[in-house]
Design a protein around this ligand. Structure first.
Ligand SMILES: [Zn+2]
Length: 94
């Protein structure tokens, strides 16, 4: 199995930033803190940066869709919608 960068790890990190950023921004609508606004925006920027730069298919190098699809996201195995390559963490599965 050819080794590729562990994009699932970056994907999880990106989603974590997104899931923290959303409630922070929601709470901040009520309390209006500048620091919380900066924190929420920073986490969202990290999410976008990781998703746009590292969330790519290791085989065909096309950018993968940002949203989760339950047909292709089976546990930790992800299937590329363009070239049908399946990969799990840092490995390509035949
Ligand atoms: Zn692909």
């Amino acid at each position: 199995m050819p080794k590729v960068i562990d994009i699932m790890k970056y994907r999880k990190l990106a989603l974590l930033c997104l899931f923290i950023s959303i409630p922070i921004s929601m709470i901040n609508i009520l309390i209006g803190s500048t620091w919380l606004a900066i924190l929420g925006a920073s986490l969202f920027v990290i999410f976008l940066a990781i998703s746009l730069t590292l969330w790519k298919c290791p085989q065909c190098k096309r950018r993968l869709p940002l949203r989760f699809d339950h047909d292709t996201d089976v546990e930790d195995v992800y299937r590329c919608p363009y070239c049908e390559t399946k990969f799990l963490s840092g490995k390509i599965i035949d």
